[in-house]
Design a protein around this ligand. Structure first.
Ligand SMILES: Nc1ncnc2c1ncn2[C@@H]1O[C@H](COP(=O)(O)OP(=O)(O)OP(=O)(O)O)[C@@H](O)[C@H]1O
Ligand SMILES: [Mg+2]
Length: 274
């Protein structure tokens, strides 16, 4: 169960127009409960990849398996229903006049008994720390709160795979922290949930199990956060800066001080206080 393959993508290739490729031969695998971050500059193909996984774009080239099955006309919808996606712009994701109705939107089609629906909406709101806001109008929320509501709407559907496509990129630092905190909490309470986060934020990538860097539609790097962020020159060529703790560690190295960069800055710096 622990190592169930959630996504197997092999040589995914896609072009919106003839003769142009937005994605070229991208392969990766994602196991259950794992957290994959996809980094890359603007136009590198990240959203295209997300759209192929969620069935919003057809498979043009390569092979795809979701939850151990090849999506077909018959089972495609039931496979993609197990994937929840949250997009970038919090304002484009609201459909209802209250937070509660909004979170319930996806559930409406499932024809659940009223009490069960209310319970699921409440649970989802709680997972993202928005249970106090159920009766509020979505348009009056802060950006971080809006994205947490959007996340709750997706979580209410109990997805097996959650995809965040730049879900925090329009938020201020406080909003970003709120969403990351909600996601950290979710990973603790739902260890079997698999996560793909598409982002420009290298700091977020520190928390991933694995990082893929896309560049001009190609997979340019693939490894653990430490493997990726130790390659300073390669990152620079891909127009990415290492996270703060990696930059700090190279600066300290020049002074003869060695620290091991880790996701937790305090832990990385702890040898200095000894
Ligand atoms: N609907 C579309 N029609 C035509 N070309 C598109 C479409 N969507 C994306 N593209 C092109 O495909 C390439 C990859 O775009 P994509 O949106 O996947 O990149 P991205 O990595 O998500 O970028 P960003 O960081 O800006 O979100 C780009 O060259 C883009 O211009
Ligand atoms: Mg994009």
């Amino acid at each position: 169960m622990d190592h169930r393959l959630i996504v197997r993508a092999k040589d995914l290739t896609f072009g919106y127009r003839k003769g142009e490729k937005a994605l070229r031969n991208v392969s990766f695998e994602l196991n259950q409960g794992r957290y994959l971050v996809i980094l890359g500059h603007n136009g590198s193909g990240k959203s295209t990849l997300a759209r192929i996984l969620t069935g919003l774009l057809p498979l043009q080239g390569g092979e795809l398996e979701l939850f151990g099955e090849v999506p077909t006309k018959e089972n495609g919808a039931s496979l993609t229903r197990r994937i929840g996606i949250v997009f970038q712009n919090p304002d484009n994701q609201f459909v209802a006049s209250s937070v509660e109705e909004d979170i319930a939107f996806g559930l409406e089609n499932l024809a659940l008994p009223r009490e069960e629906m209310v319970r699921k909406v409440r649970e989802a709101a709680k997972m993202v720390g928005m249970e106090e806001f159920l009766n509020k109008a979505p348009e009056n929320l802060s950006g971080g709160q809006k994205q947490r509501v959007a996340l709750a709407g997706v979580l209410a559907m109990e997805p097996d795979l959650l995809i965040l496509d730049e879900a925090t990129s329009m938020l201020d630092p406080k909003g970003k922290r709120e969403v990351y905190k909600a996601i950290d909490g979710l990973r603790q309470t739902h260890p079997s949930l698999s996560l793909i986060s598409i982002t420009h934020d290298v700091e977020e990538a520190l928390h991933a199990d694995r990082v893929i860097v896309l560049s001009d539609g190609l997979k340019a790097m693939d490894g653990t956060p430490d493997e990726i962020f130790s390659k300073k020159e390669e990152l620079k060529r891909l127009r990415l800066y290492p996270p703060f703790v990696y930059r700090l560690s190279s600066a300290l190295k020049k002074l003869g001080i060695d620290i091991v960069p880790e996701g937790d800055l305090e832990r990385s710096l702890s040898p200095l206080w000894r």
